[in-house]
Design a protein around this ligand. Structure first.
Ligand code: PEP
Ligand code: MN
Length: 263
């Protein structure tokens, strides 16, 4: 059966009163990585003032290079909790290890599974057992079928709150970091009841492409966006070239609100 991809999704409450899939796009924003109290609080206040609904920030970072900054770990989680208290924004952060799921879940509002872990079945099973929404990024070389089956692992475990996130897939062309598969948004919405959000930051790797790809994602039916924002992108320890500064994010939010009203 085909479904209207712009029709409202079944309501999914991500945190108190925060509903995804009801026609108002939700925007999650914040730094790639939690780096310091000052960096996180300044960025959190900036994204909140611009209208973001959720603060993102990685504490456990899945870096390709073992010598690159690996994140602040549990110290980063403590800073996220401080930023949540300061701004009132719910927080989303990546969990990489199955053994971290149980202790981390009660502290954070939304758990993120990174592209590299989409088929970490032990992790997915652990996430099926907790009462927290899970943002499941599409594997960078995964088919739609594999992505939906990964979601099914979490659902089958008893956790019904899975959010699908398209973050770009590998292609031959390195002029962008990945290739944003926009067609997957309406496709997945015709196959599944789950909400779909788009990460234009990792999809493109280039900050000048974030605004147009954000608007394109919403026009294609995305229920929300997750965007990297840094108070000083040139100083970022990770993913600076794809991070928006706060004025650019504020401008993007203005365009998003305008477009959302027209859809
Ligand atoms: C991230 O969100 O910072 C991240 C590591 O994303 P991905 O898993 O999509 O590479
Ligand atoms: Mn990143």
């Amino acid at each position: 059966a085909s479904r209207d991809v712009f029709a409202s999704r079944p309501a999914m409450e991500l945190a108190d009163g925060l509903i995804l899939g009801q026609g108002v796009p939700l925007v999650m924003a914040g730094p790639c990585s939690v780096e310091s109290r000052r960096q996180l609080l300044e960025t959190a206040r900036g994204v909140k003032a611009s209208g973001a609904s959720v603060l993102r920030g990685g504490a456990f970072k899945p870096r390709s290079n073992p010598y690159a900054f690996q994140g602040l770990g549990s110290e980063g989680i403590a800073l996220l909790l401080e930023a949540r208290k300061a701004t009132g924004l719910p927080i989303i952060t990546e969990v990489m290890a199955p053994e971290d799921v149980e202790w981390l879940a009660p502290h954070v509002d939304i758990l993120q599974v990174g592209t590299r872990n989409m088929q970490n079945f032990s992790l997915l099973k652990a996430l099926g057992r907790v009462d927290r929404p899970v943002l499941l990024k599409r594997g960078m070389a995964s088919t739609v079928d594999e992505w939906l089956q990964a979601a099914e692992y979490i659902l089958a475990g008893g956790n019904s709150r899975v959010v699908l996130c398209e973050r770009g897939i590998r292609s031959f062309d390195k002029s962008t970091r990945n290739t944003l598969d926009l067609s997957v948004i309406p496709l997945v919405k015709s196959l599944s009841h789950l909400p779909v959000v788009v990460d234009p930051s990792h999809a493109t790797g280039r900050r000048e492409l974030i605004l147009p790809m954000s608007l394109a994602a919403l026009a294609a039916g995305a229920d929300g966006l997750i965007i990297e924002v840094h108070c000083a992108p040139e100083e970022a320890l990770c993913d600076g070239p794809q991070s928006l500064d706060i004025p650019a994010f504020a401008a993007l939010m203005g365009r998003v609100r305008h477009l959302a009203g027209a859809l």
